[in-house]
Write a protein that binds this ligand. Structure first.
Ligand SMILES: O=C(O)CCC(=O)C(=O)O
Ligand SMILES: [Fe+2]
Length: 220
C-alpha cells in the first residue's frame, strides 16, 4: 500500500510515564485503512472466545496475525504459538500496512527498530473488560508494546510495577495509540467495562490491537 505513514501529526506525543507515550489520534487519520485491514485479517482468522491463564472465560474475543499469535483458546492453548490451536492453521501473516504503521508509531514514541512478530486483536462488546495484568509472555522485554484503539472509547487503567500500586484511569478514544516500554514495560494495566455507545465505523464495539515482539530480539 502506498499511503503515507501519517498524513498529518494530529497532536504532539504526550509522555504518560517513563518509557510510555500517548499518541492521541495517530491512528484516526487512516482509520478506514486500519479497519479494512483488520477486517481482512478477521476474515481469515475469526474472533474467538478467550480464556485467562487459569482457564476462566474472558469477555473479550481475540484474533491474531503475524508469525506468532497469542492463543487464549483455553486449556491447551495459552501463550504464543505459531498456529491457532483450535484450527491447527498458522496465524495469517501480518499485513504490511499494520507492520509499517506499528514500526512508525514505535519510532515516534522513541523505539526505533521495533519489528513486531505478532498483532493481537481484542474485540470488546459493551460491558467487556480486561482485568489488571501485565504483558509478560514476550521473550525480549526490551521491546515496547504498541497498542492501538479503534471504535468506542474506553477507560484504560494504568497502574504501576506492582499489582497493588495505585492506578489512574485514562480515556482512550478512537485512533489513540499508547506505546509502553523501558521503565514502563511491565506496568500493570487493564480496561474497565466498555460503556455503551455507537461508533460510526465500528458500531457498539471497541477494537484494540497490540503489536508485540513475542520471540524476536529487539535491536532498538
Ligand atoms: O484493550 C486494551 O487497551 C489493552 C489490551 C491488553 O492489555 C492486552 O491485550 O494485553
Ligand atoms: Fe496487556
Amino acid at each position: 500500500m502506498s499511503l503515507p505513514l501519517f498524513d498529518t501529526e494530529p497532536q504532539p506525543a504526550q509522555p504518560l510515564a517513563e518509557g510510555a507515550v500517548l499518541l492521541r489520534g495517530w491512528a484516526a487519520r487512516q482509520d478506514a485503512a486500519w479497519i479494512a485491514t483488520v477486517r481482512q485479517v478477521l476474515a481469515q482468522q475469526p474472533l474467538q472466545a478467550a480464556f485467562t491463564a487459569g482457564g476462566r472465560p474472558m469477555s473479550v474475543r481475540t484474533s491474531n496475525c503475524g508469525e506468532w499469535g497469542w492463543a487464549a483458546a483455553g486449556l491447551r492453548g495459552y501463550g504464543y504459538t505459531r498456529s491457532d490451536p483450535l484450527s491447527g492453521r498458522p496465524w495469517p501473516a501480518m499485513p504490511t500496512f499494520l507492520q509499517q504503521q506499528a514500526q512508525a508509531l514505535a519510532a515516534q514514541a522513541g523505539y526505533p527498530g521495533f519489528d513486531p512478530d505478532v498483532c493481537l486483536i481484542n474485540a470488546y462488546a459493551v460491558g467487556a473488560r480486561m482485568g489488571l495484568h501485565h504483558d509478560a509472555d514476550e521473550r525480549d522485554k526490551a521491546a515496547p508494546i504498541v497498542s492501538v484503539s479503534l471504535g468506542l472509547p474506553c477507560h484504560f487503567v494504568w497502574g504501576g510495577l506492582q499489582r497493588s500500586d495505585p492506578v489512574r484511569s485514562l480515556r482512550l478514544e478512537h485512533g489513540d495509540v499508547l506505546v509502553w516500554g523501558g521503565a514502563s514495560r511491565m506496568v500493570f494495566h487493564g480496561v474497565r467495562p466498555l460503556p455503551a455507545g455507537q461508533h460510526h465505523l465500528l458500531g457498539a464495539e471497541r477494537w484494540n490491537l497490540t503489536f508485540r515482539m513475542a520471540q524476536r530480539p529487539y535491536r532498538g
